[in-house]
Ligand binder design. Structure first.
Ligand code: SF4
Length: 321
């Protein structure tokens, strides 16, 4: 089974910029970008990000705002902030060279067991497994696992399978082959079993269970939230707010101030914007307001022409449109 999957991967793997010219830095950036984001979306961002921050040092030295700007549109901005913090840690603790020990990689901000395994196996050829949504789906079908794939006990068992099956000679290719199979053949809906290189070993296919597996928990119910944001303009400049680290959403982002941030009464409504973050559906009322008597430290006046430079989340781009 392993030989068949690796041979298929050698033939069928998709060309992606991070698969050419593999390095720990490139693999790391691509893996972080690919979390919750598709290959098609990531591809142009990857090229631009690498051109702007070609190595760990460049990323570590960059102002946070520049990194967030290069990330604008990819969402889940904590990923970008963690990348920069991790780069600073690599410079401070590893002399700017990406570490090659599992514990040291896992210790970097934003890197969990999956990402550490991906970087170490793909870029360093080290024998660490990966388990992401694609691999979990493939395993749940290959081995006809009928338990909820997100339950802690199942996740533990899946990691053990990943460890046991790992190809010790080609760990990076093996991990990528599993992920590639999940992304292109063993699809969430209607898996293409007729094109599958491991179909003859697949327990779900044997039992006709491939459309029922994996078993997943019920979807989270959407949560509706309302924000009132203030448009405060004076002499061609608009008052922006740097959101703190204690915010629930868009931490560390420049934004329009919310009414709760400032001592200024919301006036007439200018616009209503709808935006979704994970399962939260946020309705944002943008209202005109007057400048507060005292300007808090998190507030700053920004030229109207420079607003798009600061307000990088697509939520604010909708508000500005
Ligand atoms: Fe997935 Fe079908 Fe292949 Fe089984 S045979 S691993 S269900 S694509």
């Amino acid at each position: 089974m392993k030989r068949a999957l690796l041979a298929w991967y050698d033939r069928a793997k998709r060309d992606m910029p991070w698969r050419r010219d593999v390095s720990p830095y490139r693999t790391w950036i691509s893996e972080i970008m690919l979390q919750q984001t598709t290959v098609a979306t990531v591809t142009p961002y990857f090229g631009r990000f690498l051109a702007r921050f070609p190595d760990v040092k460049a990323l570590a030295d960059a102002p946070e705002e520049d990194v967030l700007k290069a990330w604008a549109g990819l969402g889940y901005y904590s990923r970008a902030r963690n990348l920069r913090r991790a780069a600073q840690k690599i410079v401070a603790e590893h002399g700017g060279r990406f570490p090659d020990g599992f514990d040291a990689v896992l210790d970097l901000p934003g890197i969990g067991r999956y990402t550490a395994g991906a970087i170490l196996s793909i870029a360093f050829g080290k024998p660490y497994p990966v388990l992401d949504g694609n691999v979990a789906r493939v395993f749940s079908r290959l081995f006809a696992i009928e338990e909820d794939v997100k339950a802690a006990a199942t996740v533990k068992a899946l990691w053990a399978r990943a460890e046991e099956l790992l190809d010790r000679e080609r760990p990076g290719d093996w991990n990528q082959a599993l992920m590639e199979l999940g992304a292109t053949v063993c699809l969430p809906e209607s898996p293409r079993c007729g094109d599958c290189p491991v179909a003859r070993w697949c327990e779900a296919k044997k039992r006709g269970r491939q459309d029922e597996l994996p078993v997943t928990p019920a979807r989270r119910e959407p949560v509706d939230l309302s924000w009132t944001c203030l448009w405060i303009e004076r002499a061609g400049r608009v008052l922006l707010w740097k959101r703190g680290e204690d915010e629930r959403f868009l931490r560390g982002h420049w934004s329009l101030p919310e009414a709760r941030h400032l001592d200024s009464a919301p006036g007439p409504r200018l616009k209503t914007v709808r935006h979704t973050i994970t399962h939260h559906r946020i309705t944002v009322d943008v209202r005109r307001a007057e400048p507060p008597a005292v300007l808090p430290a998190s507030a700053a006046w920004v030229e109207r022409a420079a607003l798009r430079e600061r307000l990088v989340s697509s939520l604010w781009l909708k508000a500005l449109a």
